[in-house]
Design a protein around this ligand. Structure first.
Ligand SMILES: *Cc1c(COP(=O)(O)O)cnc(C)c1O
Ligand code: SF4
Length: 333
């Protein structure tokens, strides 16, 4: 009898791939041929490791400094308290408008659809956010729609989280169905790492939903290093564009991951070839546990100036810093 092969990750649907992802740092490091002690793994981090295999497949075996591994591996040094790094560095708690909404900026409102993500990014500013109290669960949707009805200046709805694409397409569709009668909404924006980290998420159900919406759709993916854009990620972005969505990429400037001009140039050019125009390059939000990723402002400016020399203007990202209470993400000039 011919043995049935183990399904490779690419033949599983996105929900199976989610379940199949890494949740144990020792196992991931053993798979990559690395020693947990030598790399400083924290196996018991309160923000535990989570990585889809579709993403770990792009890591270089045997390289403790791999830029993709760096983004996801919990390290013991995250536990060191550093002055200036806190639980809510961007003031999200203060901008909660109830019903799972964050209304910080005029004209656009952010919906916290879920606290879950397919991948756990060590530098994430939301790692300490109180999701369980602040999500737009279905029982809040009527109140959410009422809030939007009372705020006619809002023309754009941003689905965020967590990662909004962790929800089933059916649930996303039921949410947008409730909002179709709001005539002042003109754009839907989705912020998600999943088209890049778990490309199978961009399936026919998702693209049918997007293509059928009456609004212009923008999908902001989030990749920090050129190595994240493999063929499967590029194909997923292609499917989003075929569905009529604009695709942008935002990144965070991260020491040891992308803080040199060549790496940033490669990120912008490779991202473009995969189908995404650069959006923001964020200075790190100073969340507790992320100090080792910090790049200071003068260096950040120098890096973006170096990009201006070698890249066309449309491939130069907007360098911004988020400051609690500011009316927009502040350009760093
Ligand atoms: C970043 C952010 C937005 C979007 O800002 P843009 O500058 O339009 O990309 C909206 N709401 C909140 C709460 C945000 O953090
Ligand atoms: S919210 Fe985004 S950056 Fe934060 S852990 Fe989830 S996927 Fe990563």
């Amino acid at each position: 009898m011919i043995p049935v092969p183990e399904p490779s990750s690419s033949t599983l649907n996105w929900q199976q791939q989610l379940r199949d992802g890494w949740r144990d740092g020792h196992a991931l490091l053993a798979h990559l041929g690395l020693d947990a002690g030598a790399v400083g793994l924290d196996p018991d981090s309160p923000f535990p490791l989570r990585v889809p295999r579709a993403f770990s497949d792009r890591m270089r075996p045997g390289d403790p400094d791999d830029p993709l591994l760096r983004q996801v591996l919990p390290l013991t040094r995250e536990r060191i308290d550093v002055a200036g790094f806190s639980a809510d560095p961007v003031g999200d708690t203060a901008s909660r408008a109830g019903h799972g909404l964050l209304h910080k900026y005029t004209g656009r409102v952010l919906v916290i659809t879920t606290g879950a993500c397919a991948i756990h990014c060590r530098y994430c500013f939301r790692r300490e956010f109180p999701y369980s109290e602040a999500q737009a669960v279905p029982s809040e949707w009527d109140a959410l729609a009422d809030y939007l009805r009372a705020h006619r200046e809002v023309s754009e709805l941003i689905l965020s989280g967590g990662d909004p694409l962790m929800l089933t397409t059916d649930r996303l569709r039921r949410l947008t169905d409730r909002l179709l009668d709001l005539g002042h909404i003109r754009r839907l924006r989705i912020h998600s790492r999943m088209p890049v980290t778990l490309p199978a998420r961009v399936d026919a159900g998702l693209t049918d939903w997007l293509a059928g919406l009456p609004w212009d759709c923008v999908v902001v993916v989030h990749a920090n290093h050129a190595q994240e854009f493999d063929g499967a990620a590029a194909a997923a972005l292609g499917r989003l564009r075929d569905a009529g969505a604009w695709v942008l990429n935002q990144a965070v400037l991260l020491a040891g991951v992308n803080d040199d001009a060549e790496r940033l140039q490669a990120l912008m050019e490779t991202g473009f070839e995969a189908g995404a125009l650069p959006y923001y390059l964020h200075l790190l939000d100073r969340v507790a546990g992320s100090a080792h990723f910090d790049v200071d402002e003068p260096r950040a400016r120098g890096l973006v100036d170096a990009l201006r020399v070698v890249l066309p203007g449309y491939l130069v990202p907007r360098l911004v810093r988020e400051r609690a209470g500011a009316p927009y993400k502040l350009p760093v000039l």
